[in-house]
Design a protein around this ligand. Structure first.
Ligand code: NAD
Length: 344
């Protein structure tokens, strides 16, 4: 069967990971990636054998001067594909929308865009079927993806109220111009934008979100308190349910994983296993000892690796749009197998 032809526009933190993931799918073909600048990431695209196209205001002469062969401009790439994953910086996706529509190419946008950039917001565990047949989808942001996955699990017990404080990383590891580098900065907008954003997936979820930004580049951590309507008997039931759900990892007591430094060390140790990308943790990460059920009140912490958690969701978004998989579970399983994503 012919593979679906995919382009990735924007080859930064998210785009390069999505391109690697697309290249590993048996039903998808990565036709090319587009970049504005001939930097180290463009060099890597060429080294990986990905045809490179010049996007936006980029100049083919600058790529040539850097010794990087280009296959054309973004418009040329769009003429060869069925779908483009837009992984450009916040708000640039919206500017690109007219290009994609003019080229009659479907589009997957990222969470930095406002929700109305696409026909629907998407999370694989949360609302896979809502993505079926759509011409455009928006994969929600890293934090919203983490909350939406957890919601997909918790809703089986009924959620009466959910308060979560997001402890947000200040920057990605490669970002040298963001901060704070010292200090804790509360987000004074309440609720933070994450609550309304998760309701683009679960419109009736009674969730209230607050956030603080802290000087780390290693993951976000969510501190959760959920009032359940029909709680399970014990916290062990919650742990067992999470362990049997795709895209969740629950660290056991005694494993020595105290916080995000050890989580990312585990990710580095697992690089290459089953196709895992170096230092990526695409699962929601929880700690067994940090899951407590007190009557109807459930407390838990979860850590979210901002650079990689949305990567499998982009692959599933493409499958949903083109009805490439018989079910949500089949798409998630295929994606997870190809990327070495575990649960347990
Ligand atoms: P990034 O800055 O790391 O990468 C963006 C890339 O797009 C860069 O390579 C940049 O040179 C390129 N670019 C800039 N203008 C362009 C244009 N006009 N055409 C093509 N390419 C262009 O950004 P990122 O962190 O990968 O974020 C991309 C999107 O993913 C944003 O919507 C962001 O909100 C979202 N997102 C980011 C994270 C994260 O933590 N980094 C997590 C989830 C979602």
């Amino acid at each position: 069967m012919a593979r679906l032809r995919v382009a990735v526009n924007g080859f930064g933190t998210i785009g390069k990971r999505v391109a690697d993931a697309v290249a590993r799918q048996s039903d998808l073909e990565l036709v090319g990636v587009a970049k504005t600048r001939p930097g180290y990431e463009a060099r890597r695209a060429v080294a990986r054998g990905y045809p490179l196209y010049v996007a936006g205001s980029g100049s083919p002469e600058k790529f040539a001067a850097a010794g990087l062969p280009v296959a054309g401009r973004l418009a040329d790439l769009l003429g060869k594909v069925d779908v483009v994953v837009d992984a450009t910086p916040e708000d640039v996706g919206r500017e690109n929308r007219a290009l994609y529509e003019a080229a009659n190419v479907r589009a997957v946008y990222q969470g930095g865009e406002e929700a109305d950039v696409a026909e629907a917001s998407f999370n694989a565990l949360g609302n896979y079927d809502a993505g079926r047949g759509k011409r455009s989808l928006r994969v929600v942001s890293c934090n919203t993806t983490g909350i939406a996955r957890a919601a997909a699990v918790l809703l089986r017990w009924g959620v009466e109220r959910w308060d979560v404080t997001l402890v947000r990383r200040a920057a990605d590891p490669a970002e040298t111009k963001r901060g704070p580098i010292n200090g804790i900065v509360p987000t004074l907008e309440m609720p933070s934008h994450h609550g309304p954003d998760v309701r683009t997936i679960f419109p009736d979820l009674p969730i209230a979100t607050t956030a603080v930004v802290v000087p780390t580049t290693l993951m976000h951590v969510h501190v959760n308190h959920v009032r359940l309507a029909r709680p399970p008997a014990t916290a062990a039931d919650v742990v067992a349910t999470l362990r049997s759900t795709p895209r969740f990892v629950v660290f056991a007591p005694g494993e020595g994983v105290e916080g995000t430094p050890q989580v990312m060390e585990v990710a580095r140790d697992r690089a290459g296993e089953g196709g895992r990308r170096s230092a990526d943790m695409m699962e929601n990460v929880l700690w067994e000892r940090g899951i407590r059920l007190d009557g109807r009140d459930l407390y838990f912490f979860q850590a979210i690796h901002q650079e990689s958690i949305v990567v499998p969701e982009n692959v599933d978004a493409i499958r949903a749009m083109f009805d490439l998989a018989p079910s949500k579970d089949a798409s998630i399983a295929a994606t997870d197998r190809s990327l070495g994503i575990a649960h347990g």
